[in-house]
Design a protein around this ligand. Sequence first.
Ligand code: NHF
Length: 400
Amino acid sequence: MLSWEYPPRIVGGIARHVQELAESLAAQGVEVHVLTASHPDAPEEAVENGVFLHRVGPPFHPREDFLGWVLALNASMQSRGEALLHAWLQTEPETPVILHAHDWLAYPAGRALKHAFRIPLVATIHATEHGRHGGLFSDLSRTIHQMEWELTYEAWRVIVCSQFMLGEVHRLFATPLDKIDVIPNGIRAEKFEFEFPEAERWAFRQRYAQPDEPIVFFVGRMVPEKGVQVLLQAFPIVKAEVPKARLVIAGGGARAHLEGFVRFLHLEDSVQFLGFIPDEELLRLYRVVDVAVYPSLYEPFGIVALEAMAVGVPVVVSDAGGLKEVVWHEQTGITTYAGNPESLAWGILRVLKDPESARRRAEYAQQVVRTEFHWERIAQQTRRVYQRVWGEYLQSGWGR
Ligand code: NHF
């Protein structure tokens, strides 16, 4: 597998996806090697929970030359990949080997290794540049779009995480529908089931709010498509009916403009930005908040909604992209109109003003997460894709 992020390097959902998929595949007997970017706090070569990790290349990406860094990372992934493949193909030439690239950020290395060793490449498209920006408005975006298209073209099969993404990839890249497999993302619900005694829980909650103040929670990157600005616009409407509500916003990225907007709204006393938070704090936060809100304008899937659902926190989401496949309106949560603060405020107030129905939906959501979105099943579906690809590859005459 090739991925630009893998814990402890976490930028967005891909890191979680690749780690949990890789570990679940390993638990099912697949030997998984992940080529990924190096990180100052992680070993370059390691076996973590059954997964072989090879962290290579420059650890930091300069803001002004992201593409240059991606290409440098890919050159490093390619050379480490070459060394691994040479060794395996010499010692075990009969063992099936599949390359699996996650998003355009791993495309150059994936393509190079595919052609050098004549082994099949599978691609997961987690999101598209066109979707993220609502179009292609810069040379960088056009370059990324081109690389995404090439990745879908070079891949033997393409995996996407929602029906929404199936449509988007087909529409943007003309990928044949029968070349795409839809496999949802999952969540490891167990990670939320740790000991958190009542007294400790209240003390922790006190850092963010008083006991009688309901906490509205958001976690995500501070980029326009995740919709924090819509949530800030909705919050005065929420406060008009529930004056004690507090908003806690976690996630990395530049936020000076959002803080300025909070001051403009005179909400400084009830909105708190935490910035990027480690998992330890995130998991605890989920255990103390009253509602989790994901108001994305574009969302291929939305693993964060699964996180809240796994813990039993009521969710209010927008109906963008895959989110409405993850959260079933009125059954496992509330979906609202994307980009519409009134609609979002309505959803949040529905939870805050009727906690009993919210609790019922959250309980059902907890069950659904455990049956529909668990990694064991997703890893099995992924293995089926690998098996199909390997079978077709052997028949194809293209191989080694
Ligand atoms: O969950 C992992 C993630 C998705 O919606 C998410 C996104 C990028 O934006 O598949 O990839």
